[in-house]
Ligand binder design. Sequence first.
Ligand SMILES: [Zn+2]
Ligand SMILES: [Zn+2]
Length: 83
Amino acid sequence: MSYVCLDCGHAFNVPREYREKHGLEGPPYEWIQCCPLCGGSFEPSVECDLCGRDVAESEVKELLGAYLCEECFKNEGGDTDVD
Ligand SMILES: [Zn+2]
Ligand SMILES: [Zn+2]
């Protein structure tokens, strides 16, 4: 499983993990995972079937059973007006 950062676009396999104490003195702590580069939120990524770029799951476009990044989707003539 790999991930892609929604803030900086960085693709990575192992998210950074930190303990969120919520201002409490002791446990339970919450383990928060974030982008190792910028600390932003991330999503599981899907590899674009055409260019191999990592695309966030929510941003991937499906065209004829292939998973494409937005750029390839447009290049393949996909309809982006649905948004
Ligand atoms: Zn990031
Ligand atoms: Zn692509």
